[in-house]
Design a protein around this ligand. Structure first.
Ligand SMILES: [Zn+2]
Length: 137
């Protein structure tokens, strides 16, 4: 085999390697489990989701209230959302919550906390890599 062909082959082989998104973190965003109860939707695994996010169920309830535009009651075990929503829709919002408010954009780890700077400004601070950047609170 000519050297040039080999280089080309290698180049092609490298391009076929999928991007290793799990290289830095193997964190998986939890999947929501919901069921409908009359005209309400119950998110029954908020405790586990909040644990994984290291946020309180109340924080997540507040976010969902804003996103969905409906009142949500929270008893610490489950969230009762006013209105009927498909599990997919709730799941998508939770994934977004993790992407914006939990997972570090630099190292992709969830070991973060939020520090409020007042006036609607907050910082997401990563305890794993030390990254710090502004988010909307
Ligand atoms: Zn980080």
């Amino acid at each position: 085999m000519e050297e040039r062909d080999y280089a080309e082959l290698l180049d092609r082989a490298l391009k076929d390697v999928p991007e290793l998104t799990t290289e830095k973190s193997d964190f998986v965003i939890p999947t929501t489990e919901t069921f409908s109860q009359g005209n309400k939707t119950v998110l029954k695994n908020i405790g586990m989701i909040a644990d994984r996010a290291r946020r309180s169920p109340a924080d997540i309830a507040k976010y969902l209230t804003k996103e969905l535009g409906v009142p949500i009651s929270n008893d610490g075990q489950q969230l009762v959302i006013n209105g009927r929503f498909a599990n997919d829709e709730i799941d998508r919002r939770i994934k977004r919550y993790f992407e914006v408010y939990v997972i570090c954009k630099e190292c992709k780890k969830p070991d973060t906390h939020i520090e409020s700077a007042g006036r609607g400004v907050a910082y997401l601070i990563c305890e794993a890599c030390g990254a710090r950047y502004g988010i909307k609170s």
